[in-house]
Design a protein around this ligand. Structure first.
Ligand code: PSU
Ligand code: MN
Length: 308
């Protein structure tokens, strides 16, 4: 099997060749997750957080049919301004590449590409999951099945209550994906530090997470690991405020008959509008917090790998 050509940024190629810390970053959050210019400012800030914590950022996307791992600032800006890019999960990549299209890559696509590039850890805001009403709609994100198939560690802030959190955790259990909360016993709900559900495991340092990554791989597990990193206390939203907003957005999506890959971008945009931008501010804070943890973990992972 031939691997697809990946266009690695020079600094990413150098870091990978040296066994140094690299953190993959997704791009659907840029193209479909946040409005311009907040998306560009956030993408730049997140890359800087990764650097400040000792790792090399590798934002992953498809440009004119070519998979890029690590972007120039000009490419990042073009992506953030683009209006005609596709939201690509893993299954969309081949068709986008053949017609030389451009795409923001979701968690599922980014995990797959990170693995091809040899990047073990990836930071994002929230992963997709089992949607509310999935027993009717069957709407379950491909992020979850990819977590069951690809050995990338994904750092997120839990999942939003646009999703059915208990069902999402059940599905990940079936997919054999370990769920590890960082510094907490609770599984966080993105905008808030607690979802009401417990995480399966708790680890308290980046070094422990790095050691768990190595052990999980050595066991031949073949699945990803979900690290759930609670939003910092100071940035968390009150559940009363955000839960009502989310319920309104979900009801509106249903009324309008929004389906399939349009559902999540619609909900994110509506929640931002209905919350008067407060959801966006919290979202930016938690993505940076996740990037910092991912970078520290990547550094610890690289150190452990070099010591054996
Ligand atoms: N959740 C967020 N922000 C996002 C996404 C999810 O809070 O930007 C994006 C991610 O790229 C994720 C994708 O992989 O949406 C999931 O889409 P879907 O639910 O259609 O699988
Ligand atoms: Mn879906």
């Amino acid at each position: 099997m031939t691997k697809p050509d990946l266009k690695l940024a020079d600094e990413v190629a150098v870091a990978l060749a040296a066994g140094d810390a690299v953190v993959a970053l997704e791009s659907t959050i840029i193209t479909h997750g946040m409005p311009y210019p907040a998306n560009l400012e956030t993408a730049r800030a997140v890359e800087q957080v990764v650097r400040d914590n000792g790792a090399t950022p590798a934002t992953i996307t498809v440009i004119d049919g070519v998979i890029h791992v690590g972007l120039t600032d000009a490419q990042l800006e073009a992506l953030a301004r683009a209006k005609d890019v596709v939201k690509a999960s893993g299954r969309d990549l081949a068709a986008v590449m053949v017609r030389k299209g451009s795409a923001g890559t979701t968690v599922s696509a980014t995990m797959r590409i990170a693995e091809l590039a040899g990047i073990k850890i990836f930071a994002t805001g929230g992963v997709g999951g089992v949607h509310r009403g999935a027993e009717q709609s069957f709407d379950i994100s491909a992020d979850l099945t990819e977590l069951g198939a690809t050995g990338t560690t994904v750092v997120c802030a839990g999942v939003k209550s646009i999703l059915d959190i208990p069902k999402t955790l059940e599905f990940l259990e079936t997919q054999r994906v370990p769920i590890i909360a960082y510094g907490s016993d609770d599984f966080p709900a993105f905008f808030t530090r607690r979802s009401g559900e417990k995480a399966d495991h708790r680890l308290d340092t980046p070094e422990e997470i790095a050691a768990a990554m190595i052990a999980h791989e050595a066991l031949g597990s073949g699945t990803g690991i979900l690290i759930a990193n609670p939003i910092p206390e100071a940035d968390a939203l009150s559940p009363d405020f955000i839960d009502g907003t989310i319920a309104d957005a979900v009801a509106e999506a249903e009324r309008l008959g929004i389906q399939r890959k349009a559902v999540t971008p619609f909900l994110l945009a509506r929640i931002n509008e209905l919350s008067g931008g407060r959801s966006l501010t919290a979202n930016i804070a938690l993505v940076k917090n996740n990037a910092a943890l991912a970078a520290k973990t990547a550094v610890a992972h690289a150190r452990l790998k070099k010591s054996v």
